[in-house]
Design a protein around this ligand. Structure first.
Ligand code: PEP
Ligand code: MN
Length: 353
């Protein structure tokens, strides 16, 4: 249920209703909107207490939450969540761009990529230190050494670091270095990991499992939100289908669909979502046209030599061109994208080759 407080309900009335909800054995989740405060009352026994709560001080109405996910639902919070970390913002009119290598390989590769993507307008740096690889014989990531390199790149550029955490036990270590914890597609339904990531207090980028439905994705997000962490970004990164011209099929209808159901920002990953460098720029632009709140893109100084996912990585020039194309679409659909750092907002955009 949602206890909708009247406009102007005071802190004492809100506090009282939180106590009432908790007395009924439900969990109270307070969401302060710009207009009014609502209290989501979450638990097994729901509707039977509706009338008793409705008579509380400062209460406007009590309405059931129809969706199986609660805190993630737009029914509970009609205002869009904006996740902000330093220069990075995603949600509402803000379009965040996370870019960097699939894997952190060495300091030179990561720092040079961080500098290049920042110059082209990225607002966060990605890079895997713990890599989930299909084969145990593939490069598994530099682990803590990789995290240290990411921290160096952040010091050099000011870009916040987005990096994957593979296991619940690694959350404290990864959270010490990362600004945003990435939960990978293979781990979307690792519930202990979701709870730990939620409890870390760091913003979470939750990638959709390649076989997961929208409802499963939103229920996974609910685990993080229930740990008291409001800063969750959902990521469409492609699903497994019969198609074999792409690595995964990137369903962009996910973006407007999720915007109907949830207030959480939706990020799109056209790198994993296509698996081919040449398809990435247009799908990045298409994601923005579909309303995406952000992009996550793989960029490497020399994709041919990359230790992972080189075939879907952009080089610096290709990233620059992708950003120019994306900026045009962002302007057309009313999304704010950071300008390249070297560029005056009045200067013409670099030509698309
Ligand atoms: C990644 O971002 O490099 C990655 C492994 O992504 P996913 O979990 O979507 O496969
Ligand atoms: Mn990758």
């Amino acid at each position: 249920m949602i206890v909708v407080m009247k406009k102007g309900a005071n802190a004492e009335q809100i506090g009282h209703m939180v106590e009432r909800v908790e007395e009924l054995g439900l969990r109270a989740h307070v969401i302060e909107g710009t207009e009014r405060t609502v209290i989501a009352a979450i638990g097994e026994k729901r509707d039977e207490y509706r009338h008793s709560l409705e008579s509380g001080p400062g209460v406007a109405e009590v309405v059931p939450i129809l969706a199986p996910y609660k805190v993630a639902s737009i029914e509970v919070k009609p205002e869009r969540t904006v996740v902000t970390v330093g220069p990075f913002s995603a949600g509402n009119c803000h379009l965040g761009v996370i870019a960097g290598p699939c894997s952190v390989e060495n300091e030179e590769q990561t720092v040079s990529t961080a500098r290049a993507v920042k110059a082209a307008g990225a607002t966060a740096l990605r890079g895997g230190a713990f890599k989930p690889r299909t084969s145990p014989y593939s490069f598994q990531g530099l682990k803590e050494d990789g995290l240290k390199i990411l921290a160096t790149a952040r010091d050099e550029t000011g870009l916040p670091v987005v990096t994957e955490v593979l296991a619940a036990a690694d959350v404290p270590l990864v959270a010490r270095y990362a600004d945003v914890l990435q939960i990978g597609a293979r781990n979307m339904q690792n519930y202990r990991l979701l709870e730990e990531a939620g409890a870390s207090g760091k913003p979470v980028l939750l990638k959709r499992g390649p076989c997961a439905t929208m409802e499963e994705l939103l229920l996974a997000a609910e685990y993080v939100l229930n740990a008291g962490n409001q800063n969750v970004m959902l990521c469409e990164r492609g699903i497994r289908t019969f198609e074999n011209h792409v690595r995964f099929t990137l369903p962009l209808a996910t973006v407007p669909y999720l915007h109907e159901r949830t207030h959480l920002p939706v990020i799109v990953d056209p790198s994993h979502g296509t698996g081919h460098t040449r398809l990435v720029p247009r799908m990045a632009a298409a994601a923005i046209a579909a309303g995406a709140d952000g992009l996550i893109l793989e960029v490497h100084p020399n994709p041919e030599k990359a230790l992972s996912d080189g075939y879907q990585s952009l080089d610096f020039r290709q990233f620059n061109e992708t950003m120019s194309l994306c900026r045009k679409v962002a302007d057309a659909v009313g999304k704010e994208m950071a300008r390249p750092v070297s560029m005056n907002p009045r200067d013409p955009l670099p030509a698309l080759v």
